[in-house]
Design a protein around this ligand. Structure first.
Ligand code: GLA
Length: 405
């Protein structure tokens, strides 16, 4: 690490991240949660980590309207490279699974109006044991720019997380030096939280990363989704405050359309990810998705909450038993998105009675509440006037709240 430190000092790398990217949370597809490190192209050619997987998903993203809703990044995760670097020390795609090469794949995406993201790791090896970027940061940044890559997810397995305060800024420096705008997705705070058990320096992270993972990997279950939501609710280190155009917290992928969540749980995850100004990276087989799940991912009003230009992240106002109330300021002055999350799993909807003050919008002239998924006007209410909602078990009520003048 010493040579990195010297380089940093020599170069005077004290800069804010100013690559113009992620003005709103990035949207797209990321293969990890659903397709993992499936190498079995012989027996499972449709689902193994290969150029065919990313191209076929991209085709569906274009044909079925995802791209036009803003889902533009097609992100490769771990297990894409050959096990060895080439003679010049450069990474190369696995020749059997990416026979056309990585540049060909990015050009395919660009020809379809999409972008290509790739995965690497700050340590010696990636989490799945492929060559890592340690000692190759500059080479790899240049390789990714040569390949016309648009996003880099930079993981932190097999490294010393204490080096990350230097190493992640250095990688961002090398990416910037290429001149190609590459959205930088960092796992840095996830290792500070998970391994070092410390509160990350979110200001430093925001200066160097466009999005950053800060908690555990999502798995295909409601327990996992709720665990992440509760971590964001605790908001240790006040990380919600740093979310803004250019930089967003990343609670990990969407598992809408997969196996583990009910219909209402899928609406809850998507709604909460919209509230949390999270990247919307779908990790589902979009080639085979039920229409009702696709409709969740394609709900324009929910996407608009996520993509609101203010870029503010919702915070949890309070919890009462199984009920949580979250509020996200929106760009139009005085308006908010509000979510009422019912974490109870008993078999009937819960009646929740609230006032405008309790959802954090005590406008003297009252408020208009409109439910978001189905665009239903709930009503107009004065500050002290209560209204009653029915929220499904492990479900969400999501609404926009507009002050009345
Ligand atoms: C880590 C990351 C995951 C995924 C895997 C790949 O666990 O947090 O999102 O990238 O590595 O091995």
């Amino acid at each position: 690490m010493h040579q990195y430190l010297c380089l940093l000092l020599l170069c005077g790398v004290v800069h804010g991240l100013n690559n113009g990217l992620a003005r709103t949370p990035p949207m797209g597809f990321l293969s990890w949660e659903r397709f993992r490190c499936n190498l079995d192209c012989k027996n499972d050619p449709e689902n193994c980590v290969s150029e065919h997987l990313y191209k076929s998903i991209a085709d569906v993203m274009v044909a079925e309207g995802y791209r036009d809703l803003g889902y533009e990044y097609v992100n490769i995760d771990d297990c894409w490279p050959a096990k060895e670097r080439d003679a010049e020390g450069r990474l190369q795609g696995d020749p059997d699974r990416f026979p056309s090469g990585m540049k060909n794949l990015s050009q395919y995406m660009h020809s379809k109006g999409l972008k290509l993201g790739i995965y690497e790791d700050f340590g010696k090896e990636t989490c799945a044991g492929y060559p890592g970027s340690e000692f190759f940061l500059r080479t790899d940044a240049n390789t990714f720019a040569d390949w016309e890559i648009d996003l880099l997810k930079f993981d932190g397995c097999n490294s010393d997380p204490k080096d990350m305060d230097v190493g992640y800024p250095l990688m961002e420096f090398f990416l910037n030096q290429t001149g190609r705008p590459i959205l930088f997705s960092c796992s840095w705070p996830a290792y500070v939280v998970g391994t070092l058990k410390q509160v990350p320096d979110y200001q430093a992270i925001k200066e160097n990363c466009n999005i950053w993972r800060n908690y555990k990997d999502i798995q295909d279950s409601w327990d996992s989704v709720l665990d992440i939501i509760n971590y964001y609710g605790k908001n240790e280190g006040n990380f919600s405050e740093v979310a803004a155009p250019g930089g967003f917290n990343d609670p990990d992928e969407l598992i809408v359309g997969d196996f583990g969540l009910s219909y209402y749980q899928q609406k809850a995850q998507f709604g909460m990810w919209a509230m949390m100004a999270s990247p919307l990276f779908i990790s589902a087989d979009l080639r085979n998705i039920k229409p009702e799940f696709k409709a969740i991912l394609q709900n324009k009003r929910v996407i608009a909450i996520n993509q609101d230009p203010l870029g503010a992240q919702a915070t949890r106002l309070y919890q009462a038993g199984a009920i949580q109330v979250w509020r996200k300021p929106l760009a139009v002055n005085g308006t908010f998105a509000v979510a009422v999350l019912n974490t109870d799993n008993q078999g009937m909807p819960t009646k929740v009675t609230l006032t405008p003050a309790q959802i954090g919008v005590p406008n003297p002239n009252g408020i208009n509440i409109t439910e978001t998924y189905d665009n239903v006007h709930v009503g107009a209410f004065k500050p002290g006037q209560s209204f009653t909602l029915s929220v499904n078990p492990t479900g969400i009520f999501l609404a926009t709240v507009v002050p009345l003048s």
